[in-house]
Design a protein around this ligand. Structure first.
Ligand code: FVH
Length: 297
């Protein structure tokens, strides 16, 4: 039988499994936009405020999945997705997994869904709960998997925050997500070190934060130069600050850390990689050669 439901319509009904901080924010956004929503959460009490706002609360995950063709998961991790879907009939379901995981976990889940008669779209959320349901918050969700599945549900998926489809490989949303989160982790490492350096001095952290944000923003555009070098394979043309200079400058960074009583443990691993690259005769490169070191097997 052909399914004639118009899934692009404003009032698409859907199911959401998982009502943690992010799941709850998603639920509020869909309810506010008038979408009939069935919810389930392992700890049932977390569904009560949503029931008061009109959500249907299912007693079990299986009951929640049975209620709608479109089923969204926003759980803690891949293990909790496996436990929640264990024994649940997924036949004919369009499953959208917004749980953070690895590319491999996403690909395996897509295969398991297909084996059970479902289609899977994987998502990587680039937003925090307060950004959900807020127009122009800057947040978005990466999606990957079947293009037609994404197109079918793109309107309802765009309700909580913006969407970015990144291809048919179900692992790519997770890969983009984790790559950006990894870059952010490195940035936070540098930020922590910088605040540690000024601690104990007569420098108000809030004033310093202004300078820090401006500097990081100014430096951010250097990723385009590195991308160009990685694509061309020429790591020396257009280099503004070569590795030899940066390695020489590392000594000042480390000595300042020592003077200020700050551990160098966040800086040292990256400095060691730069030194290795210079020792291998690549002092005239920028940072692109570090990517080679990291991916050399
Ligand atoms: N919150 C954030 O800032 C980030 C933003 C970027 C995306 N992440 C990812 O989103 C997923 C959900 O995150 P969350 O913030 O909702 O997480 P929690 O508030 O900790 O809620 C976790 C939910 O998962 C349920 N759960 C945990 N284990 C199981 C299990 N074994 N079986 C069934 N459900 C499980 C938990 O249920 P309960 O503890 O209330 O019973 C919550 O509903 C996540 O992948 C982030 O990385 C969020």
């Amino acid at each position: 039988m052909t399914d004639m439901t118009d899934y692009s319509a404003q009032s698409t009904s859907l199911t959401l499994l998982g009502l943690g901080a992010m799941g709850t924010a998603l639920a509020h956004a869909w309810l506010a936009a008038g979408h009939p929503l069935t919810v389930w959460n392992r700890t049932a009490a977390r569904a009560e405020p949503l029931a008061a706002r009109g959500a249907s609360v299912a007693a079990t995950a299986a009951e929640a999945v049975a209620a709608n063709r479109l089923v969204v998961l926003c759980l803690l991790d891949d293990d909790s997705v496996g436990e929640t879907l264990d024994g649940v009939d997924l036949t004919g379901k369009d499953v959208v997994n917004l749980t953070t995981g690895t590319p491999g976990q996403s690909r395996a889940l897509a295969q398991r869904a297909a084996d059970r008669g479902a289609r899977l779209l994987d998502g990587g959320i680039m937003a925090v709960p307060p950004m959900i349901g807020v127009a122009n918050s800057g947040g978005y969700v990466f999606y990957s998997g079947s293009r037609s599945l994404f197109d079918t549900h793109s309107r309802v998926l765009a309700v909580p925050t913006a969407t970015r489809y990144v291809g048919e490989d179900p692992g790519h949303a997770a890969l983009y997500d984790v790559a950006l989160l990894s870059a952010m982790t490195g940035m936070f490492a540098g930020v922590s070190h910088a605040f540690a350096l000024i601690r104990g001095e007569d420098i108000p952290p809030k004033d310093f934060a202004h300078l820090l944000a401006g500097w990081l923003t100014a430096m951010a555009s250097s990723v385009y130069g590195m991308a160009g070098q990685l694509e061309s394979g020429d790591y020396t043309t257009g280099v503004a600050s070569n590795l030899a200079m940066q390695v020489a400058g590392s000594a000042t960074l480390l000595r300042t850390a020592e003077e200020q009583g700050v551990s160098p443990e966040l800086l040292s691993p990256y400095m060691a990689l730069m030194e290795r690259r210079v020792a291998e005769g690549h002092g005239d490169e920028g940072g692109a050669g570090i990517v080679d070191l990291l991916t050399r097997r």
